[in-house]
Write a protein that binds this ligand. Structure first.
Ligand SMILES: [Zn+2]
Length: 273
């Protein structure tokens, strides 16, 4: 059954992962800019990374009939130096013209520091000025709730960004409700053991429904699973959920949110390899 993985870092994944994802039903992905497994020593390192995200990965994905889309930013993990971060942000506008770019992301906070907040605001400004959607990373710390609220406050206080065009990712049991209640979309990141497992995601769906909610694997350099979305589909099926619920969470909701950009497509793509 077709699914979309709306948050996965293919830069850290092999071509065999693309093959396995395609066999499991993956038809489209979005890859937010994030930490690439190492800190980049110059803005030029980001320039090359943005080229990879907009030129090379779409071709690698197309070999398996998967449509590749991306989001651009300097991630909070490398945004502790505001001068460096602003130089990277200056590189972004020219890449916003590329046909697979959906918006600004994944921006947010990592340690909830002042510098991170300053750079978060600079990204929100860029998104607002250029009419881009936003994908948000929330901290994986005990202060996730605090960080999530700080991020939502920063977006709301800017005043130019429609929360319906912002997806707040990595929500958990204690953050999903505040995110949805303030009009944002929410993403659940499925990790094999820690954070939100497929079982916990199924619990959250049972408690909060499926409105404005999606699931993703966030497959990256750490322990993670590029097949987490189909595994969650299986968990929902095991619990007796309808096909409609499974399609809503793993295909229709991401299509609806991402489809706010006319660059997004989950239409079948003939594999090029
Ligand atoms: Zn990520």
């Amino acid at each position: 059954m077709a699914y979309i993985d709306p948050h996965i870092h293919m830069v850290s994944r092999t071509t065999d992962d693309y093959r396995r994802m395609a066999l499991a039903g993956c038809v489209a992905i979005t890859e937010p800019a994030f930490w690439a497994g190492y800190d980049r020593s110059s803005p030029q390192g980001f320039f090359d990374y943005f080229r990879l995200l907009t030129e090379y990965e779409p071709q690698r994905a197309a070999q398996f009939g998967i449509r590749h889309h991306t989001w651009l930013c300097i991630n909070p993990k490398e945004a502790e130096d505001p001068v460096f971060a602003r130089e990277v942000i200056e590189l972004i506008p020219e890449f916003l013209e590329k046909p697979n770019v959906l918006g600004i992301g994944e921006i947010g906070l990592n340690k909830n520091s002042r510098n991170e907040l300053e750079i978060l605001e600079a990204h929100i400004d860029l998104a607002a000025k250029s009419g881009q959607m936003i994908l948000v990373h929330t901290p994986h710390l005990e202060d996730k709730l605090k960080g999530t609220k700080l991020i939502m406050d920063a977006i709301e206080s800017d005043g130019r960004v429609d929360p319906g065009r912002v997806l707040i990712d990595h929500v958990e049991e204690h953050t999903v409700r505040p995110v949805l209640d303030r009009g944002f979309w929410a993403g659940m990141t499925l990790y094999p053991d820690t954070k939100c497992t497929p079982q916990r995601a199924a619990d959250i769906i049972e408690m909060h429904g499926t409105e404005r909610l999606w699931i993703n694997s966030a497959g990256d350099w750490g322990p993670s699973d590029p097949l987490a979305v189909p595994k969650c589909q299986q968990e929902l099926r095991r619990r007796g959920h309808s096909q409609e619920t499974i399609d809503t969470i793993s295909f229709n909701n991401p299509s609806r949110f991402l489809g706010q950009s006319d660059r997004f497509s989950a239409e079948p793509l003939v594999p090029t390899a």
